[in-house]
Write a protein that binds this ligand. Structure first.
Ligand code: DQQ
Length: 539
């Protein structure tokens, strides 16, 4: 139906139609960015998965190619699942991916481009010696063994990869070694395992430098002061640990071990899963992609004819204190900005609602700084909130007045506010510092039923004596609301389906404050966002 087409995103990555889930094997090679994706070309549900393939020169506009791999061997007949691309011997791209084999096992397979001089690397040939890895060895589970990482070279000159698995029933990143990337042996210990959870999907392992947003190549020598990040997907969220890669033990050693996985840091606190990063040698940065699932019903997806988007690619790096990752939408996305509006020195007193006019409220990019006029009335922080931040967001929504906050943005709001999505902050005083709560509250986002409408939330720490501004950037793209708080300390991707949007009603956007402390807005900038060429039929 025409109405539901209005939910289709205009500048987030998605296929022309049908189902998409994980990003797989992103890579920059000879001037071209490749984005492969878990894709069901025949319908809007997540079955019969092949590797969809698109290429780009700017990570914004994408050209749709034929699938790079389909289910056509006994080693992947049940699905060509998630994997990674590695460039070996300086110039040879190799995909390693999971196949669901004819015996129902999960195995790892290899594929190589048929013709490296085809700039788009359209055709991929599966290795004659597939599968290169079987789920055998002590403690393994035949159906919990998948999503190999990009390879890296160890000090002994051998290749390594990690594979997500359940080892003796616990979440693990298994470690494998190879001389030629074709024949692999399992190292006698995992890269890392934790008995705080079961299966880890889509592990990702990469080096980062504190305070330096330049990315590091996985296979380069590890610079002094570098840390390593281990990311794993579980409980419908992407969690990560920061630590060091101990080369002697060939193992990841986290800085902090938290037995309760609810306390693990998250890449994104919203609808965001199965992310994968890659080193962009063109611009010397690390970029992370994640999948954002629909939160309407499978029947809605059939009507829409599509399901699943990828979040905006983000540069990812380590905060200067070494304690958490920061993420920011890649600069290229700013090429879609039009009609800048700019407000300066606004003041938001308790109860103020300031309408942001003059831009396309369905496709927008908003950057706003909130400056606190005082920090005296911050309410006390309760560490138990960290165990269930969504519950805390539900109990302290935009209408619940606090000492500092809630303040933030109201987006995709209908005329009478019957429908609206709120992205807001609250500031709390903890022992040594201040804790900022960021929520993306979808409970009033739509009048429709059968939607998943949580109040997502995450906390970050700020040194308010040093930095009295809290920034918010929100990218609005029809059914996607993707927000970056505190310069990318907390990211929340949300999916919303307002009736007013489908009905072509006027949609509003506001900045607001509902806390007792006045908040200044030294600067608020917003833009309309153009529609990108994303896998549409060219012409
Ligand atoms: N999706 C893939 C798996 C992976 C899961 C299958 C994560 O390889 O574990 O499409 O969303």
């Amino acid at each position: 139906s025409i109405a539901s087409e209005r939910y289709r995103t205009a500048y987030h990555f998605q296929p022309l139609k049908n189902w998409m889930n994980d990003p797989s094997g992103p890579v920059y090679y000879n001037g071209i960015y490749h984005e492969f994706y878990q894709h069901n070309p025949g319908g809007t549900i997540g079955t019969d998965i092949v590797w969809g393939h698109s290429v780009s020169t700017d990570l914004v506009n994408w050209l749709r190619l034929e699938p790079a791999m389909v289910r056509d061997t006994p080693n992947d007949i049940k699905g060509c699942w998630t994997g990674s691309t590695t460039i070996i011997n300086g110039d040879q791209p190799v995909i390693i991916y999971t196949g669901g084999d004819s015996q129902g096992r999960q195995v790892q397979n290899i594929a190589l481009p048929k013709n490296r001089s085809d700039p788009y690397l359209r055709e991929w040939i599966k290795g004659g010696n597939n599968p290169v890895l079987l789920p055998d060895g002590p403690g393994m589970n035949l159906i919990q063994f998948r999503d190999p990482t990009t390879g890296w070279i160890g000090p002994d000159g051998l290749w390594r990869i990690a594979v997500g698995a359940e080892l003796y029933g616990y979440g693990a990143a298994l470690l494998y070694k190879s001389e030629d990337f074709l024949s692999w042996t399992r190292v006698d210990h995992p890269l890392y395992t934790s008995n705080a959870s079961a299966m880890w999907e889509c592990p990702d392992f990469f080096p980062v430098l504190p305070g330096n947003n330049g990315g590091l190549d996985l296979s380069a020598a590890i610079p002094k002061g570098a840390k390593h990040v281990l990311k794993m997907s579980l409980d419908s969220s992407d969690k990560y640990m920061i630590g060091v890669y101990d080369l002697k033990r060939d193992a990841f050693v986290p800085d902090i071990v938290l037995d309760d996985r609810r306390l693990w840091l998250r890449i994104d606190y919203g609808s965001f899963y199965a992310s994968k990063s890659f080193f962009d040698s063109k611009k010397g940065r690390r970029i992370i992609w994640g999948w954002s699932n629909e939160t309407d019903s499978p029947a809605d997806d059939v009507v829409k004819g599509w399901a699943g988007i990828h979040a905006i690619p983000r540069t990812i790096w380590l905060d200067s204190d070494g304690k958490q990752l920061l993420q920011w939408p890649i600069d290229e996305i700013e090429s879609l900005r039009r009609n800048e509006i700019n407000h300066q020195e606004l003041e938001l007193k308790k109860g103020d609602l300031f309408e942001i006019k003059g831009i396309d409220t369905l496709q927008a990019d908003v950057e706003v700084d909130f400056e606190l006029t005082s920090i005296d009335s911050a309410d006390p922080f309760d560490p138990s909130w960290l165990l269930d931040v969504e519950k805390h967001c539900r109990e302290s929504g935009a209408s619940v007045q606090g000492g500092i906050g809630p303040f933030g943005l109201v987006v995709l709001a209908s005329d009478n506010m019957e429908e609206h999505t709120v992205v807001h902050f609250r500031v709390y005083k903890s022992h040594q510092s201040y804790m900022v709560l960021m929520c993306s509250d979808l409970r009033r986002s739509s009048l429709r039923s059968e939607l998943y409408t949580p109040a997502y939330g995450g906390f970050f720490e700020v040194d308010l004596e040093r930095e009295s501004k809290i920034s918010l950037r929100t990218l609005i793209d029809r059914s996607a609301v993707e927000s970056f708080g505190g310069g990318g300390r907390v990211c929340i991707t949300s999916r919303v389906y307002p009736v007013a949007l489908a009905d072509n009603d006027t949609i509003h956007m506001y900045a607001f404050n509902n806390g007792s402390t006045t908040v200044r807005v030294p600067q608020l900038r917003a833009w309309s966002m153009m529609t990108a060429q994303v896998n549409v039929i060219q012409g």
